[in-house]
Design a protein around this ligand. Structure first.
Ligand SMILES: [Fe+2]
Length: 417
């Protein structure tokens, strides 16, 4: 019997059966290996499969089954005893990119040590809101690691590298957190969601909620943030707050729904009355922490003093000049949301180093064409760090637009969308 005519493993002669059993076995092994391979890829790698149309299916399955967060994710809950603050270090793998949520200034050395010990590269430092009870570690971490500082777009902080809006994604290699605007404790409060957990800042605490009596807090908004957003998450979602004063470390949405005394109210009015009668003393550090946390931006003047900066109004005159290469350092989501300066190249900030190193695209561009590299980003912070890095790499023509796209727009600069 010709093996070509056989379609079922069950109807073949003994000699052919063994041949087909082996083929079936190999096929099964191949399929099992493919499934395993798909599930064990970090989501960042999976995105590269987009063109193969495997990504949506595989990523959906992974998210449904919570596989990402059990396999390899590095997760550390770190505590500052003085302010009872929890900070969270996350990465998808050893040797990969990491982000930290709500770092405390006094603990920065400890974070840096841990990042080294775990062989991580800190790329983003995030505050859930402008803190009143401790000084943020954002600025110090940026100065040590050149990471991107991130807060919500409503923040009063002078400069952060990236400002998120409700619904934005907070991404690093292999991890995507959904940013949701949850005002009430302050008017710049955000929560960050992974499929199995949520980082609630001071919006929702374990058996408590963040006070709403300063920094434009609003009990009515907080009720909405908690009841209509956070409590809509699956009950099994783990709750990781920015503080705990009793020693609790984690809770779940279901637990908080059932046992959080502040949430056992029948109406928004009852919640507002409860919050407006707490009569709490101000945090001890408030008068020091709030002004310090507002002034967290990188001092861009140093770059300007070296002649490596253009004010946005001066940069306008450079648009379209053949000896200028405009380089946009922002992420794709920022470009899509806010537009780009016409004619600019896209080199995301995390890819800067490989591009300015010997043989890299920007290095070659600067050397082979004598073009001036004119970096820009959202607010001038990433571009200021990029100029310094490029100068350090020997690219003497590197400069940036001070104040970034924000200043460019205010100066009436054109945008492509
Ligand atoms: Fe707070």
């Amino acid at each position: 019997m010709s093996t070509r005519k056989i379609f079922s493993c069950n109807t073949i002669a003994t000699r052919d059966r063994s041949y087909f059993d082996i083929r079936c076995l190999f096929r099964s092994i191949r399929h099992a290996a493919l499934v395993l391979w798909i599930f064990r890829r970090p989501p960042g790698a999976l995105r590269s499969l987009r063109s193969a149309r495997l990504y949506p299916v595989a990523d959906g399955l992974r998210r449904t089954l919570n596989l990402d967060y059990d396999l390899k994710m590095i997760f550390r809950q770190l505590f500052d005893q003085v302010s009872s603050t929890y900070s969270y270090l996350l990465a998808s793998r050893s040797g990969g990119e990491a982000l930290i949520i709500d770092p405390v200034l006094e603990k920065v050395d400890r974070y840096l040590q841990l990042v080294r010990e775990l062989d991580l590269k800190l790329v983003k430092a995030v505050d859930t809101h402008l803190h009143a009870d401790h000084i943020t570690g954002l600025g110090a971490l940026r100065d040590h690691t050149h990471c991107i500082t991130v807060m919500g777009e409503q923040t009063k902080a002078d400069v952060v590298s990236m400002r998120l809006s409700d619904g934005d994604k907070l991404t690093i290699e292999g991890l995507v957190l959904d940013a949701i605007y949850t005002p009430g404790h302050t008017d710049d409060s955000y929560s960050f969601i992974l499929p199995d957990r949520v980082f609630t800042g001071d919006t929702l605490l374990i058996r408590g909620t963040g006070r709403t009596d300063f920094q434009n807090g609003d009990a009515r908004q907080q009720y909405d943030s908690i009841f209509n957003r956070l409590l809509k998450l699956p009950e099994s979602t783990l709750v990781y707050p920015a503080h705990d004063y009793k020693g609790d470390t984690v809770s779940t949405i279901g637990e908080e729904k059932a046992f959080n005394p502040r949430l056992q109210v029948k109406s928004v009015e009852e919640y507002v009355a409860l919050m407006n009668n707490l009569k709490l003393a101000n945090p001890k550090m408030m008068d020091i922490a709030v002004p310090a946390n507002i002034k967290v931006g990188l001092a861009q003047e140093k770059i300007a003093l070296r002649g490596w900066a253009f004010a946005a109004s001066s940069a306008l005159a450079l648009l379209g000049k053949p000896d200028i290469a405009l380089i946009d350092l922002r992420e794709r989501s920022e470009r899509e949301r806010h537009g780009t300066i016409p004619g600019s190249l896209h080199v995301p900030y995390p890819a800067l180093q490989e591009n300015i190193s010997e043989g890299g695209m920007l290095s070659e561009l600067a050397k082979s064409t004598s073009k001036r590299l004119l970096f820009y980003c959202a607010f001038g912070e990433r571009s200021a760090m990029a100029v310094q890095a490029a100068q350090d790499a020997g690219l003497a023509s590197a400069c940036h637009i001070e104040g970034g796209l924000d200043a460019w727009e205010k100066a009436g600069g054109p945008l492509a969308r």
